[in-house]
Design a binder for this molecule. Structure first.
Ligand code: ADP
Length: 462
């Protein structure tokens, strides 16, 4: 992050400075050339009427040429149309000498030329002296003017120094800012990572409280939600394990008590043996039922990949279940009625759905009153089918209605046990419904009866 900060701030800053200084240099040089050219034109205008170029001695013009050469810290050489040197401010040449150079000759074609000698730091401007009469322009000489660029160079050097100082100060500021900001940015993440590590090691009790920018706070919120959910899962798991142990132990404890009491008595009558052994068989059956229900539940908790989906005639399925359960209902003189509003064919796992609906109807019979009734109805719309199981039974207290789907929850343990209940039936039913992407609801009034509504999609949604 620090690295990215440096790249996106210092490199553009450096480029900006270099381009700015380069631009200044170009502008300053072109300015200087323009000034030189203006001076040459002014000089030419002064020279023309005086015959200066025909080697006449005009001390005022000599003085003016020298003055200008001095101002520009350079040298001015004036040449006439014979290429005779009229004036050289350095005094190296006199009028016996000629100046024949490419630039001077080009001047007589009307072209001025500019050159920059970077090595020696000066500019050379060669410009024609033009005599304009009414109808024509005649080139009567040329001026070669040198000017030092030291002044530009010294301004540039001072600008460069300032830019370096400014850039360094800015770079230091950026680095400090980057270190501060990147550590501020990454610190909460490090905290979350260490919390995740602790979670992986098995410490689930911790929540993280991280203050930072919005996204980080959201991560920490989501993380805490995840921990809460994991804690809940862990608690239910532990509760489930302890419930299972307890439920499995109860019949075994009873068996042990029954067997011990038989063993402790001497001369026990055969009838008592028989009676106790019948009780022992009951307990074994109960143990067996709990184990079977547990196995069903464990199987259902696996992935939905275990679903065996086929097209099933739900009317026939319900008829079959009711046929099996009616004799049990008849023992308590309970009337079982089936109402079908339409023929329903749906994509379901037949075995699982059958188990789920059987549990509901068995409960409606088990928790009923003598001479009561159980009503099962089937209906459908274009997306779902609805199964409703109502009874005229004892009902479920309001505060227990949310809990009945929990594993091993029973309103009245004794009654459930008496009727062979394990407290797992509704948990199995809810799992099956959820595996079919359906929903289950309970409506009940204590002492009046209970209704379970099940809604399942006609077409299986994987
Ligand atoms: P169980 O094996 O005890 O029947 P379930 O999971 O099937 O376990 O049901 C949980 C509890 O919900 C039952 O013990 C009972 O108290 C209550 N219950 C379920 N269905 C009904 C019903 N139709 N009428 C009254 N109470 C019911």
């Amino acid at each position: 992050m620090l690295f990215v900060f440096i790249i996106v701030s210092i490199i553009p800053l450096y480029l900006f400075t270099v381009i700015l200084l380069d631009n200044y240099k170009d502008k300053a040089i072109s300015n200087k050339f323009n000034q030189m050219q203006n001076q040459i034109i002014m000089l030419s205008n002064q020279m023309l009427p005086t015959g200066y170029l025909t080697l006449a001695s005009v001390p005022e013009i000599d003085a003016e040429v020298s003055r200008i050469a001095e101002i520009f810290q350079g040298r001015i050489v004036v040449v006439n149309n014979n290429l005779n040197i009229v004036e050289d401010t350095y005094g190296l040449y006199d009028s016996n000498k000629y100046l024949i150079s490419k630039d001077v000759i080009q001047c007589f074609n009307g072209n001025s030329s500019r050159a920059h000698d970077k090595e020696n730091n000066y500019l050379i401007l060669t410009h024609p002296i033009t005599h304009t009469t009414e109808d024509q322009k005649v080139i009567v000489g040329a001026i070669v003017m040198n000017s030092s660029t030291r002044d530009i160079q010294s301004i540039l050097t001072s600008l460069e120094q300032r830019a370096i100082i400014f850039s360094l100060a800015l770079a230091i500021f950026i680095v400090i800012f980057a270190i501060y900001f990147s550590s501020k940015l990454t610190k909460p993440l490090t905290k979350i990572v260490s919390s995740i590590d602790r979670l992986t090691e098995g410490y689930m009790e911790e929540e993280v409280s991280i203050k930072g920018y919005y996204e980080i706070e959201k991560i920490s919120d989501s993380f805490n939600k995840m921990i809460n959910r994991m804690q809940k899962i862990e608690n239910t798991r532990q509760e489930f394990v302890s419930n299972v142990s307890h439920e499995l132990k109860t019949p075994i404890t009873s068996i042990k008590v029954l067997a011990d009491s038989l063993l402790m008595q001497e001369d026990t009558p055969v009838e008592l043996y028989r009676e106790f052994l019948l009780d022992i068989t009951d307990e074994i059956e109960r143990e067996n039922k709990i184990i079977n229900d547990l196995l069903s539940l464990v199987k259902l908790n696996r992935s939905s990949g275990d679903m065996n989906i086929t097209s099933v005639n739900i009317n026939e399925l319900l008829e079959l279940i009711l046929k099996r359960l009616r004799p049990i209902a008849q023992k308590q003189n309970i009337e079982v009625v089936f109402e079908s509003f339409r023929a329903v064919i749906a994509e379901v796992d037949e075995v699982k759905l059958s188990l789920a609906i059987s549990n509901l109807i068995e409960n409606a019979i088990k928790y009923n009153k003598p001479d009561g009734w159980v009503r099962v109805s089937l209906n459908a719309d274009h997306r779902y089918f609805f199964i409703k199981v109502s009874d005229s039974g004892i009902g479920i207290p309001e505060d227990a209605q949310d809990l009945i789907f929990e594993r091993f929850f029973r309103v009245d343990k004794a009654r459930s046990r008496e009727s062979g209940g394990t407290g797992l039936g509704l948990a199995i039913t809810r799992n099956v419904v959820q595996m079919h992407r359906g929903a289950i609801r309970v409506y009940s009034k204590e002492g009046e009866g209970t209704t379970f509504n099940v809604r399942i999609p006609l077409n299986y949604i994987a």
